[in-house]
Design a protein. Structure first.
Length: 453
């Protein structure tokens, strides 16, 4: 199987793929049109963001079986068209979520404590203390928009700050032990801090706009480590000027790619951007939130793991496929637990990839099943309906028969006794279900199949 590498990445990527039997070619500088002339020779490509993989490119890639994106988002790929051609889309949001979460937290702390401003003052011989009092995260409400891989990682890192964390997402039941899912209106009413963690899609273009900002009840701090085009910069600047937004920490900008590289050479800076670079209430970084020494290695390792898990070159056959993350839709959370379990040992590649796949949505499913089974146990536990919900058919049949016997013999004392006992069983089990965490419920009643209390 031949793979074409279109961007430079960590050397382990080519080293491990070569050792596993893949043929690797590198072409980091040829223009897109030139690549289209040779792409039919390749089974896979690995890219970051050098150019857009559009329909023209995909039509030329007649033998392409997969696209590996060394990063989280897939907005530079026509994902839907690729899927119609049976092309696997492989991304690695697990690889830089730690970097993004820590960067977002660092920017927030710097912003709230005016570290950029006071550093400049001290360097200029100015020593002001009272005028530079900062703010604490403790006691505040942090609202996360987009509760997927990155949003969950950020929420986890807020755990020790004694703050309230809520999240808004277009998909239901993605909240977890680190953040309670709420409506957008609830978030606008309560949030003191907003952190954006959405990919670039048609739905998220200018998601943060004048109307949404004005819907917030209180002034708030704003962090964006996601995508620049998700924010209407003019609306953001107007909110900063009015005090609706207290301060903004921006790792990404609306002007990236299309014009950012030439801004400083021709001095044609957009007015809104001029305000951002001059304001003491704005902290900027050059799209490096996921750009750490560790994340470079993690991203490459995860891509290797997933490619090898899907295409077993040594056996010259396609392995049975787990569900591969094919697009980082902004509502998709791949797991609730922090995973730093990329595995640098090549002989464990398949096992590592399966861990990522299997832990995808299990907590979301467990949460839904927990709530349904718990309510049914409390209300109809005496006839065992909750047992059938959990797939415990034998136990369900036992309780159903006992319940029916209790109803039939209700004219006798024994009937009332049976209904009382089965009702207590259901009540106790319902309370146990509803008070367990999603993880405990999953491990106890879904994975390990513990039947009773």
């Amino acid at each position: 199987m031949k793979i074409l590498h279109l961007d430079k990445n960590h050397p382990l990527l080519i080293e491990q793929l070569t050792a596993t039997g893949f043929e690797n070619h590198e072409n980091y500088y040829a223009p897109k049109e030139a690549i289209e002339q040779i792409i039919h020779q390749y089974d896979g490509i690995i890219i970051r963001s050098r150019f857009t993989i559009d329909r023209t490119f995909l039509d030329a890639a007649t033998n392409l079986k997969f696209i590996g994106r060394v990063g989280a988002g897939l907005e530079n790929i026509d994902c839907e068209y690729a899927k119609t051609k049976g092309i696997e889309l492989i991304a690695a949001p697990e690889g830089n979520r730690t970097a993004v979460a820590e960067h977002a937290l660092g920017m927030l702390l710097s912003l709230m404590n005016k570290l950029k401003h006071v550093d400049n003052e001290v360097r200029s011989g100015i020593w002001k203390r009272e005028e530079n009092r900062g703010f604490e995260i403790e006691g505040k409400t942090v609202g996360i928009i987009g509760y997927g891989v990155m949003g969950k990682a950020f929420a986890q890192r807020l755990k020790g700050f004694n703050c309230t964390v809520i999240c808004y997402d277009i998909k239901p039941n993605v909240g977890d032990q680190h953040a309670r899912q709420v409506s957008l209106e609830h978030l606008q009413q309560h949030a003191d801090i907003i952190s954006l963690h959405t990919p670039q899609t048609s739905q998220t273009y200018h998601l943060i706009n004048r109307e949404l900002i004005n819907g917030f009840r209180k002034p708030f701090w704003f962090i964006n480590t996601a995508r620049g085009k998700s924010v209407d910069t003019i609306a953001l600047v107007d909110a900063l000027r009015s005090g609706k937004i207290i301060g903004a920490a921006l790792d990404v900008l609306e002007y990236e790619k299309s014009s950012f590289e030439n801004m400083f050479s021709d001095n044609e800076l957009p007015e809104a951007f001029q305000y951002l670079i001059k304001s003491d209430h704005v902290l900027l970084s050059p799209h490096i939130a996921g750009w750490t020494i560790e994340s470079k290695e993690k991203l490459a390792q995860i891509i290797v793991n997933k490619i090898i898990a899907i295409f077993n070159q040594k056996n010259n056959k396609t392995m049975e496929k787990e569900s591969v993350p094919n697009e980082e839709q902004w509502f998709t959370g791949k797991d609730n637990k922090q995973q730093n379990q990329y595995n640098p040992q090549q002989n464990q590649n398949q096992h590592t990839y399966q861990n990522y796949s299997q832990q995808g949505n299990h907590l979301q499913d467990a949460n839904s099943k927990k709530i349904l089974a718990g309510i049914l146990a409390i209300i109809l536990g005496h006839i065992g309906i909750h047992k059938f919900v959990l797939g415990y058919n034998n136990e369900g049949i036992i309780l159903l028969i006992l319940g029916l016997v209790g109803y039939v013999t209700a004219c006798l004392i024994i009937g009332y006794f049976i209904l009382l006992v089965t009702g207590i069983i259901g009540l106790v089990e319902g309370i146990i279900y509803l008070t367990k965490t999603d993880e405990d419920f999953y491990n106890t009643y879904v994975r390990n199949k513990k039947s009773w209390f």
